[in-house]
Each structure stands twice: as C-alpha cells, then as structure tokens.
Design a protein. Sequence first.
Length: 364
Amino acid sequence: MKIRQISLLQDFKCLAGACPANCCKGWLIPIDEKTYQKYISQKGILGTALRLSIKKKNDIISFRSTPRGCPFWGMDKLCGLQKRYKTEYMPQVCIDFPRQLYNLDFFCEETLYLACPEVAGLFLNCVVKELPFSFNEASGEVSYEVNTTNDDSEYLDYLLNARKELILRLNSNWNFNSLAFIEYGTDAQNACIHKSKLPSPLDTKYDSLAAEPVSIDCNTYNKLFFNGFYHSALKSSSPLIYKLCCRYIQKFHALSRTNPQKADNSLKALLNSVCDKIPWFDRLLKRYYEYYIIFSFLDTFEDYSFARRLKCGIYQTYMLWLFIALYTEKKKSVSIEELSKLIALYERRAPQINDAMTKINQES
Ligand code: SF4
C-alpha cells in the first residue's frame, strides 16, 4: 500500500505530561466496538473500573466526563490505562490521536489533527517560516480499515489534482474567503450530478470572483455560535473556549439584536485589531484554510459535497479569526505557545460548525 504522510508527522512528538491541553479534555472520547467488548468481558477490579468509566448516549459509547476530563487521566497528567497496560485497553481513537489515518483503498493518507497543541505548534512554525506542507511517500502495510465505499480511481485522481490546484490558487491570488472557492465547488458538484466534465480550479472563469469575499457579520457569527458550537457544558470541559464564547455573547450578541450596524462595526474593529498584534496574521488565516483543504477535501470522494465543504472551511477560518481576536483583545502580543493551545482547543469544537452550516444554508 502506498502511504502518503504529511511532512509535519516526522517532527511530531507527544508532549505527554507537559502538554498544555491534554487530548482527554474538551470533547467526547468514543469507544469503538472492539474495545467496548473487551471492557464488557473483562473480569475483576479492572473490568469493574472500565465499565464504570463508560456511558452510552444516542448509541454512542464514550468515557464518562469528569471535571478533569477522562476518568483515567491521572494527577501526573498521564493516561493511567496507558501507563499500566500500554495500548491494550485504550480505545482506537486514543491510540491514533493526533493522527488522521485515512485509507482510500488505492492509497493511504496520514495527516495530523490541529486539535493537538504540539501539532498546532508545528503548523504555526510552517506559517511563520513560510514552509510548505508536503507529503512524504512510502510503501508498507497498514492496520487501519478502508474508509470509503467509492472505487472510482479516476475521480480520486481528479480530487488529488483539484486539491493541489486549490492550494495553488490560495497561494496566488485567492484569499481564504474568496467566493471563487464556492463557485468552483458548486460547478464541481453540478458536474458530478450531471456526469459532465469536472472543472479545474485553475480555470480563468473563476478569476472575476477571486477578490469577492464570502462576507460575515454578527448575524452569521450568532448562527455559528448557537447551532452547536456554544454550550454551557464548555464551562467545565473547555474553560478557555467558554470564556471567549461568553465574551462574544456579552459584547456582540445582545448588541446585534438592538443595533446590528453598531455590532457589525465594533466586530469589524475587533477582527482588524489582530493584524497589529500578529504581523503574519493574514498568512495564518490562509495557511489554516490550506490545512483544512489538505485535511478534509478528499472527503468529497465519499459525499461529493464540494461547495458545502469549501464553505464550511471558510466559516471555520472566520470563527478561528474571531477567537484569536477575542483572546488578544486586551493583550499587546501573543506567543506561539498561547496560539498553539488556543488553536488546539478551538479545533475540538470546530466540527460543530458543520451543523451550523445546515441552518445557514437553509436561510440563504
Ligand atoms: S494533545 Fe497532543 S501533545 Fe497533548 S497529550 Fe495529546 S497527543 Fe500528546
């Protein structure tokens, strides 16, 4: 099997007990069927402890959440299960994280979740030093299962090339929020439906939309916040994200209802203020969207949902912009370590933006 590994992987090393945002906190940790069966059949005190540590809700089995995160997370900030039994009783998701292991049958792609602060730090290093994200290729056996039901290799080749071309566009004259992304996505989706020729992002027909942004205002941010992203439970699961959500709600949400224009102006001023504190901030937003494309564009192999995926990434980038702006509001500058932690924590909630998209799409 050909395995394509993102270049960041070779430098990744888990921070373990020194991690500022341990992966056990801030989200649900699902337990796969194989591990669940092991927990169910395990005898003795260990079996009792394992069974007491899990819960089932809406058919999803996960670890119970304690105020400190996973019940097996120790005072030494290390996983108690891993320390005693290595990976024997760890759910697959804990073994794999922060690697995204994607088996497309024709090849495998291994990338890294930005939800890990060490990965976010490696990502920021590439942004600051203007290093490209590349893939190293190797051959070997993989233990993870095929993630797709599609066997159309020609279409997969098209996606690989289109992804490359989208990144070329992003590195030339398209900003992360360019309407051209949505136009291309809509064309590609229609071509799939009508089985016509798939478009190239390099087509000059998109040039006229390159400078047109997908705009955002308080009203849209409100929808992004209140359709899954914000939840009062964040107070204990992710205090920093909760604090920043509250700051947004107090400052902009109420005002947007009474005086939308004033709220939008004030929001714009806050967003623009980040560029003075982080001189390479424009580049950060572009590279974040680039990483998003690298990480999730191939999912269209399964669902053909080009426009929605590209738009979701734009909103995800806008939302990150807002969180960094809220975080730096009262600061003169921000360190790479602070940003890495913030990006990692934000990423643990960011998948919720996909749900909010349904609401935004219904109304547009
Ligand atoms: S979040 Fe990343 S660095 Fe931190 S403990 Fe998990 S894998 Fe290690």
